[in-house]
Every structure is written in structure tokens, then in C-alpha cells.
Design a protein around this ligand. Structure first.
Ligand SMILES: CC(C)(COP(=O)(O)OP(=O)(O)OC[C@H]1O[C@@H](n2cnc3c(N)ncnc32)[C@H](O)[C@@H]1OP(=O)(O)O)[C@@H](O)C(=O)NCCC(=O)NCCSC(=O)/C=C/c1ccc(O)cc1
Length: 411
């Protein structure tokens, strides 16, 4: 173990698309791949970012807090966001003033309002992913569901399985409170499930509804107010042999790693209390991510090898051996915030259009936590004919945790 704690995928090299997984009857043939991608947002409320602060202060009866409103307006202008989608309506806020009263016990109501809404939003995204995949939902063998916004048992994964009519033997896993790296972790897990269980078809679903953490502007979470939005993403993951009628691989998932940056637990967090959920985003987060991201990428592109010598060895695909190597890749980066993308651009010396898909998603939807990375993958898939062969996916969240995946766009 090096100075950064790590946990690896199943140790595949990143050989050129050809069956790097150990042969054996129970294993799949070749790398896992994304076979269908879908996204969804709540249909009711779409808020332009340039009126967000004004709306928030009006609906929470906080117009007298003029300095705070000016500050939120300043922050909103710097987010790189044009609009966001929300499940929470003004009518609901009028009926539930406890949602912006920091002293009120509102957690029960918040959870009651999201218990059905979260799996239903996930269902909308999953239905699109399944339609693109081209096979019936009954052929899904595993479900990995990530959310921070719905808790309870039976949990959101079971509700989603029921809504989609998945078979009773579907093997379900729910990832809770992973925050913004939940989508990356769910995809990493799906990759391992698909490669290690021949014939497995894994539905990854991520759905987030910010109602659980909504509060008045005096609650001290102005950046969270300016940044987060609601959305769901779903991906069908499977490995060869592929079936008749099945979508051919969109992106191969060649290798995945997870890195925890030591001594940064304080930087990103979520505190649950009777009055809801409070986010904490330290001002240092964009810098911390910028400082650690290249190390994580090198680790992933070495196939999880902890050897720090960049020997251009057998693991590395050729794009990473030359100068300007990172510009030879396509990029699926979680747009956690505009300065995070700016720092990654700067550290990796990326050409301006390399993070275009991430900036587009940030602009159109804001940060939808774990679901956001699926929107970025969906956007990249639209630009597929322009993409180079190899790519990298990055997602970040509490820990600070950095999820990295080496992707390949088959021709
Ligand atoms: C749009 C911001 C807020 C400001 O842009 P800027 O280019 O840094 O501009 P300034 O440096 O001029 O800052 C504007 C104001 O914002 C303030 N500010 C600037 N970051 C801050 C700050 N983290 N705090 C509190 N004031 C600040 C800053 O002090 C300043 O205040 P003021 O001088 O009074 O105008 C930008 O910094 C930004 O997007 N920051 C957020 C980055 C970030 O941490 N993103 C989260 C990544 S991880 C993730 O996505 C998952 C989170 C998550 C975690 C747990 C879960 O369960 C679920 C999800």
C-alpha cells in the first residue's frame, strides 16, 4: 500500500479489449461494458440559476436577510450553472414550512416525501437504459442502487425492482450516503459483478432528490443551495458473450480503482439530524481534488499497480506514453463544481473542449450528486463518433474519495 490508501478492482490489465478476465466457466468473456444509458429529472420545477436566490429567499420568507441574499446571488453567478430541476414545489413549501425551519423536527416528513419519489425517478431513467439495451427487464440479474435521499426498509432498491418488474431472484445492493461518488462506485461494482458472473446483466441506478437536505438560507449551506439539483441516471452493464438483440458495447469499463485521500475526512460530509440533512463542503475541496487527481489516474492506468514509477510499462495503453498524454483521452468527470473542473483542466493541462460534456451537464442540471456521472456518460455517448479510443471517468465525494475508471470506446 502506498501513501494513499487504495482498493482495487479485480486487477485486470488494460489490454486492448481482448478478454483480460481470467478464463473459467463462471467468468464472462472480455471486459464489462455499458449496454444502455438513461437519465431523468423531475418534470415539475425547472429553476433558472439567475432567479434562484431571489426565489429561495421569497418562498422561505427570508427577504429581510439582504446580505445573505446578495452572497447567494454572487455564488450562483460563479457556479457555471444555467438551470436546475427540483422535485420540491413552491406549493409543497407553503404547506410544509417546517422544511425551512432549522429548529423543526422535519426528518419524518422529508423521508415520507421521498420514499416513493426517489425510486420513481430512478424508474424513469432505468426504463430508458433498458429500452436502449434491447432486452426485457426480467433478464436483469443484479441491481446496484445509489442514493443519499431515501432511507427506510424495504429500501429504494426493492421499490425500484418492483416498479420495473425485475425477477424475484435479482440480487440487490443499495449504496447509501456515498454522495457524489456513489455513481462511480456503483459502476465499479457493476463492472466486477458482470465480469465475475457469466451472463450477469447489472442495472446501475442512481437517484437524488435534494428535498431531504433543503433548508432556509440562514442554515449555513449557501454553496449547497447554489450547487445541487435533482436527477436520476441508470446504466445496464454486462460482459460477453453478448446476446441477440442486445445493444453493442457503448463504453468498455476496462479498469476501476477507488482512492481515499488521507486526512481529508473533514472536507466533505453530511450530517443527519431530526431537522434533515446538512451538507458540509470545505472551501479547500477543489484544490484537494486538483492535487490528487493525476496520482489516481496513473494508478488506474497502471491497472491498480501501486508502483509509483511511471515506467510506461506493459499496463499503459500507448496514448499515455507520449507528451500531452491526457489530451489523447476522452473525459467523463463528475462536475462537482466549476472550480473542480477548472483545477482538473489546469493540473492535467487539458485542451478546453476535453471537459465539455461535464461543463454541459453542470450548466443544464447542476450537481445531482451520484447521478451526475451518468448524465456525463450519456452526453459523451452523443459525441461518440468524435471521441478517441481511450477515456477516463472520475467521480468524487466524501472521504475525500476519488473513483477512477479507465474506459474504452469500441469502434
Ligand atoms: C461556485 C463556488 C461556490 C464559488 O466559485 P469560486 O470561483 O470559488 O468564487 P469565489 O472564490 O469568488 O467565491 C465566491 C464566494 O463563495 C464562497 N465560497 C466558496 N466556496 C465555499 C465553500 N465551500 N463554503 C463556503 N463558502 C464558499 C467564497 O468564500 C466567496 O464568498 P464571498 O467572498 O463572501 O463572496 C465554487 O467555489 C464551488 O462550486 N464550490 C463547490 C465545490 C465543491 O465542493 N463541490 C462538491 C464536490 S464533491 C460532491 O460533488 C459531493 C458532495 C456531497 C457530499 C455528501 C453527500 O452526501 C452528497 C454530496
Amino acid at each position: 500500500m502506498g501513501s494513499i490508501g487504495t482498493a482495487n478492482g479485480n486487477g485486470n490489465g488494460i489490454g486492448h479489449g481482448s478478454a483480460p478476465v481470467a478464463a473459467g466457466r463462471q467468468h464472462a468473456e472480455g471486459p464489462a461494458a455499458m449496454l444502455g444509458i438513461g437519465t431523468a429529472n423531475p418534470t415539475g420545477v425547472e429553476v433558472p440559476q439567475n432567479v434562484f436566490a431571489e426565489n429561495l429567499f421569497r418562498v422561505t420568507k427570508s427577504d429581510h436577510l439582504t446580505e445573505l441574499q446578495q452572497k447567494l446571488t454572487r455564488i450562483c453567478e460563479k457556479t457555471g450553472i444555467d438551470k436546475r430541476h427540483f422535485h420540491l414545489t413552491e406549493e409543497t413549501l407553503v404547506a410544509h414550512p417546517e422544511l425551512y425551519d432549522h429548529d423543526a423536527q422535519s426528518l419524518d416528513n422529508r423521508l415520507a416525501m421521498t420514499v416513493d419519489a426517489v425510486p420513481k425517478l430512478a424508474q424513469c431513467a432505468a426504463a430508458k437504459a433498458i429500452a436502449e439495451w434491447g432486452r426485457p427487464a426480467s433478464e436483469i440479474t443484479h441491481l446496484v442502487f445509489s442514493t443519499y435521499s431515501a432511507w427506510g426498509a424495504p429500501s429504494a432498491d426493492l421499490r425500484l425492482a418492483t416498479l420495473l418488474g425485475l425477477r424475484p431472484t435479482v440480487s440487490r445492493t443499495i449504496l447509501s450516503l456515498h454522495g457524489c461518488y456513489g455513481g462511480g462506485r456503483a459502476l465499479g461494482l457493476a463492472r466486477e459483478l458482470a465480469e465475475n458472473n457469466r451472463g450477469a446483466r447489472v442495472l446501475v441506478a442512481c437517484a437524488e432528490i435534494t428535498l431531504v437536505c433543503f433548508g432556509g438560507p440562514d442554515g449555513g449551506n449557501l454553496v449547497g443551495h447554489a450547487l445541487f439539483g435533482d436527477g436520476a441516471g441508470a446504466v445496464i452493464v454486462g460482459a460477453g458473450p453478448f446476446r441477440d438483440g442486445e445493444q453493442s458495447p457503448i463504453f468498455e469499463m476496462v479498469h476501476a480503482t477507488q482512492t481515499t485521500v488521507p486526512k481529508t475526512e473533514h472536507a466533505l460530509g453530511m450530517q443527519v439530524s431530526g431537522s434533515g440533512v446538512d451538507f458540509h463542503l470545505a472551501i479547500q475541496v477543489p484544490t484537494l481534488i486538483g492535487q490528487n487527481v493525476e496520482r489516481c489516474l496513473l494508478h488506474a492506468f497502471r491497472g491498480g499497480d501501486d508502483d509509483d514509477n511511471d515506467d510506461g510499462g506493459a499496463h499503459l495503453p500507448s496514448p499515455l506514453s507520449g507528451n500531452g498524454k491526457w489530451n489523447d483521452l476522452f473525459w467523463a468527470v463528475h462536475p462537482g463544481g466549476r472550480p473542480i473542473l477548472d483545477n482538473i483542466d489546469m493540473v492535467l493541462k487539458l485542451e478546453p473542449e476535453k471537459l465539455a460534456a461535464s461543463r454541459h451537464v453542470l450548466r443544464e442540471y447542476g450537481n445531482m450528486s451520484g447521478a451526475t456521472i451518468v448524465f456525463v456518460l450519456d452526453e459523451l455517448r452523443r459525441r461518440r463518433s468524435l471521441l478517441p479510443e481511450w477515456g477516463a471517468m472520475l467521480a468524487f465525494g466524501p472521504g475525500v474519495t476519488i473513483e477512477t475508471m479507465v474506459l474504452r470506446c469500441p469502434r
